[in-house]
Write a protein that binds this ligand. Structure first.
Ligand code: URA
Ligand code: SF4
Length: 189
């Protein structure tokens, strides 16, 4: 595990712990408030994120930004990261060995940020963090508490681009997060 942000950054930019390093342009470590009460975890960088080194800047990210705006979240207020920090080629799902190799970084980030709420975006994030027994369809929209963190699984924003009917549930889940945040979070700063 990594104890400081400097250690995480130093290790990530030169990381070769899984094969994804070979095809990446940039490592996408994460972005946002390092004292955030709410953290969002996606799957892995896409082409735009790989180019810019920042999570959720492509189409899925724009959709998420729109939801954030509508609900009164600010991107600067939350922290956003992914299960794997390098882009899986052709936007395939990250493979199990890649997830296992990368997860120490994300776990270290969670320990440093100490969020009260973690939003799991899509099946890969849900299964990688909480376990394979969870499925997104059954779990989305329900709080799961583990080790004093409240997890909210919801759809991945890219899934909403493929299936518009999922938008309403995604919106509902983020609204629930927003309300919970107001209830339980005093400003950490
Ligand atoms: N999809 C993800 O899961 N993460 C990103 O950063 C962008 C798209
Ligand atoms: Fe390292 Fe993670 Fe990138 Fe794999 S995806 S090379 S483990 S930073």
């Amino acid at each position: 595990m990594y104890e400081t942000w400097e250690q995480i950054e130093e290790a990530c930019v030169k990381c070769q712990k899984c094969k994804l390093w070979k095809t990446r342009t940039n490592v996408v470590i994460g972005e946002g408030n390092r004292k955030a009460n709410v953290m969002f975890i996606g799957e892995g960088p896409g082409a735009d994120e790989d180019r810019e080194g920042i999570p959720f800047v492509g189409k899925a990210g724009q959709l998420m930004n729109m939801a954030f705006e509508g609900l009164g979240f600010q991107r600067e207020q939350v922290y956003i990261a992914n299960i794997v920090k390098c882009r899986p080629p052709g936007n395939r799902n990250p493979e199990e060995d890649e997830v296992i190799a990368c997860l120490d970084y994300l776990r270290s980030q969670v320990l440093l940020i100490k969020p009260k709420i973690i939003v799991l975006l899509g099946s890969i994030a849900l299964k990688s963090i909480l376990g394979k027994e969870y499925g997104i369809t059954a779990s989305r929209g329900r709080w799961i508490e583990k080790k004093q963190i409240l997890y909210m699984p919801t759809f991945h924003p890219a899934a909403l681009l493929r299936d518009e009917s999922k938008k309403i549930d995604f919106w509902r889940d983020l609204k629930e997060v927003r309300e919970k945040m107001e209830k339980i979070c005093n400003n950490k700063e």
